[in-house]
Design a binder for this molecule. Structure first.
Ligand SMILES: NC(=O)c1ccc[n+]([C@@H]2O[C@H](COP(=O)([O-])OP(=O)(O)OC[C@H]3O[C@@H](n4cnc5c(N)ncnc54)[C@H](O)[C@@H]3O)[C@@H](O)[C@H]2O)c1
Length: 340
């Protein structure tokens, strides 16, 4: 495809703003042409900030516009599957935020629509595009740490989301740990076959009252025999704690937290350094640009995105297994929750 592609953003919330700003200012191959949000003021505010003329409440107006090549779905999770299905039917290429849906049947329906329409679909697993995590993956793939034996992922948010968000999020495994389940597959290059999850409400009783937990540890068995452990908390008082470590027969690869500066100050009290970058918008700023650049490039050059619909589906299956394991206090194999 010669020239820029025209892109519409659907959903003008937290992540919608990140993607819209990147499309408007940082991705030369794309032109942001329209913004949709059911809340008119949200779409209008974002469009005004970025000087985008077309603002709609119903995303189907964007799909009906023949000049739009692709859409970026940033609306609430419960809308993704329907928007994907409608966008595919309209022949638009699709970038969709994670998770595709909380329900496997809905995911399969949406993926079938994408397959039928032969449009591109990239799922928003942005952490794969983080330069440090990508480097760890490259080291493992090159055999630089030998055969991987143990994976450790630490993934803790700086503060819990509002209880209104918790109630519709699908729970900590589907909403939060899903990124880590994807990271586990990505880093190890092997599929998860069994999980064993422990969890509790240790941060805020209101999260428990909403039917969720705020602290979890998930043990993973991979098909290649390696073992992984992911620990999640909804509240790390020192900021967004995002680390990975892969230990293998020939060594170890470690990605530590990113800080706003690298100064270490020593005094009579101790040795001090900056806290990690506060949250996902800051921590993964480069990764959000890189993933959208890849999507736009795939559309323009007719290439397959590296994060596919199947990559969107599998972490949902792992999350289902983790939920079941936590509820039943036992290890759960993935085929128990996905008999496809
Ligand atoms: N990859 C990441 O790092 C990351 C980070 C945050 C959120 N997310 C995902 O992005 C999605 C949005 O999360 P958020 O935090 O931006 O939420 P948000 O609540 O801030 O924004 C969602 C927006 O979508 C709008 N909306 C809802 N239904 C719509 C519809 N039918 N058409 C158009 N707009 C609609 C809402 O009015 C709201 O403005 C979720 O699926 C979430 O899991 C991903």
């Amino acid at each position: 495809m010669a020239g820029k592609i025209n892109v519409g953003v659907i959903g003008a919330g937290r992540i919608g703003r990140v993607h819209a700003e990147n499309l408007a200012y940082r991705i030369p191959g794309a032109k942001l042409v329209a913004i949709a949000d059911v809340v008119a003021e949200a779409a209008q505010k974002l469009a005004a900030d970025l000087q985008i003329a077309t603002v709609v409440q119903d995303y189907r107006a964007i799909l009906a516009d023949r000049t739009v090549d692709a859409v970026v779905i940033c609306s609430s999770t419960d809308t993704h599957a329907q928007v994907i299905t409608d966008a595919a039917a309209a022949g638009k290429h699709i970038f969709c935020e994670k998770p595709i849906a909380l329900d496997l049947a809905k995911i399969d329906h949406a993926l079938a629509a994408v397959q039928k329409a032969q449009v591109k679909l990239q799922v928003g697993f942005n952490r794969r595009f983080d330069p440090s995590f990508r480097r760890v993956r490259e080291l493992i793939a090159a055999g630089s740490i030998g055969t991987p034996h143990i994976l450790r992922i630490t993934s803790r948010d700086p503060a819990p989301p509002p209880i209104s968000y918790v109630k519709v999020s699908g729970g900590i495994f589907l909403d939060m740990a899903i990124h880590d389940f994807d990271m586990a597959r990505y880093l190890m290059g092997s599929e998860v076959v069994e999980v064993y999850a422990a969890g509790n409400v240790l941060v805020d009783p209101a999260i428990g009252a909403a039917g969720d937990i705020d602290t979890a540890v998930t043990t993973l068995y991979f098909a290649n025999g390696a073992i992984g452990v992911i620990d999640n908390s909804r509240q790390a008082v020192y900021g967004y704690d995002q680390r990975v470590e892969v230990f293998g027969s020939g060594g170890m690869a470690l990605a530590t937290n990113k800080t706003p500066d690298s100064v270490v100050q020593s005094d009579a009290v101790g040795v001090h350094a900056a806290k990690p970058l506060y949250f996902f918008v800051e921590r993964y700023a480069e990764a959000y640009v890189a993933e959208m650049r890849e999507f736009v490039q795939c559309v323009r050059e007719d290439k397959r995105p590296s994060v596919t619909g199947v990559d969107g589906r599998i972490p949902v299956v792992i999350a289902y297994a983790a939920q079941k394991s936590y509820a039943e206090h036992r290890p759960v194999r993935l085929e128990e929750v996905d008999r496809r």
